[in-house]
Design a protein around this ligand. Structure first.
Ligand code: LMR
Length: 335
């Protein structure tokens, strides 16, 4: 065979560049979050790591820091903006302090009649528009992840709105959640997620609301004698990245990561409901908490007490999400 210098040089150059790639230090994504691995968000983060590293053939390494091991609620937002971490998935209730109050619409009691209505809002133009509001803060929104509907816990039964009178209830940093508990006559107290267990144990607060998966994995049920299945509100997440970091990624890598995020989102949203059902069963089985389901008359009383919150907070959260919810509710024919 005839020696072809040009072909040889090209092949050598390709090999060298492949070698250079292999030797290049991987791009590291630090993904910090506050919940346990064994939750919808924890599992979603792990799945994203697996998919992202595979899709980029090792060019990206994702380091997941669960359970507030790196940063607590408020600090993690600052760390993201400063570029100390690249990815977070805070609950939608935690964007107010950043100045993006519209996300708090998701905290309005009973706002989503069904999950389908919720998905149509987050996956439609309003979901994208909310993400646009993050850009001036140096943040890019990538996806919405589900957790689920909330239950209430305390050391006394919570069956009627009057039972909340004077109770100190831990909340996430959302003014809508503040209004919700005030509507019940309770005293809401903002507190980082990582501090809730101890605050419940020592009586700094009397009770809280959360999803069963968060309650179980933080062992809150061990220090709360009563749990009421009320499904009065929702917890979901925005997966967000530092905008400068994201924009500075090689285009092909960004596309691969977008694909990985899409699949991780499908996975997370598919498992969330079952994860919460399992956690509720585990709480019951642990035998330390009496689990109570509201009857129809009690449900009606809760709705009556909590529905006015929507009007009260409209000025703060804006109309966009509310209009979209109404539109999608009508489009789906939900009563
Ligand atoms: C909470 O603070 O209760 C939740 O936002 C925690 C979480 O990330 O699910």
């Amino acid at each position: 065979m005839k020696f072809k210098p040009l072909a040889f040089a090209m092949a050598a150059a390709m090999l060298m560049s492949a070698g250079a790639h292999a030797q290049q230090a991987p791009i590291v994504i630090k993904f910090s979050h506050v919940v346990a691995n064994d939750t919808p968000k924890g599992k979603g983060a792990e799945r994203f790591k697996e998919l992202a590293e595979k899709a980029t053939n090792g060019r990206v390494k994702v380091e997941v820091y669960p359970n507030s091991t790196l940063y607590k609620d408020k600090e993690e937002m600052e760390a993201l903006q400063l570029g100390a971490v690249q990815m977070l998935a805070p609950s939608l209730a935690k964007f107010g302090p950043l100045g993006v109050k519209e996300f708090e619409a998701f905290d309005i009691p009973y706002i989503f009649p069904t999950k389908d209505v919720l998905y149509r809002v987050t996956e439609g133009p309003v979901g994208k528009d909310l993400f646009k509001k993050l850009e001036p803060k140096g943040i890019t929104g990538l996806a919405y992840w589900d957790n689920g509907f909330k239950v209430m816990t305390a050391n006394k039964p919570l069956r009627q709105p009057a039972d909340f009178k004077g109770m100190k209830m831990r909340i996430q940093s959302s003014k809508v959640l503040d209004a919700q508990f005030r509507a019940l006559g309770a005293n809401p107290q903002v507190m980082a997620f990582s501090e809730v267990y101890q605050a419940l144990q020592t009586g700094v607060v009397d009770g809280t609301e959360n999803t069963p998966s968060n309650i179980y994995t933080q062992k809150m049920h061990e220090v709360q004698k009563h749990l009421t299945i009320s499904n009065h509100g929702y917890i979901g997440y925005a997966v967000i990245v530092n905008k400068k970091f994201w924009d500075g990624l090689p285009a092909d890598v960004r596309t691969q990561l977008e694909g990985a995020m899409k699949d991780a989102t499908k996975y997370t949203n598919a498992i969330a409901e079952q994860e919460n059902r399992d956690a509720l069963e585990a709480i019951k089985k642990a035998g330390k908490t009496e689990v109570y389901t509201l009857n129809d008359a009690e449900k009606a009383q809760w709705r009556k007490a909590l529905l006015p919150v929507r009007k009260e907070v409209e000025g703060r959260v804006g109309k966009e999400v509310l209009v979209a919810v109404d539109k999608e509710t009508a489009a789906l024919g939900v009563k």
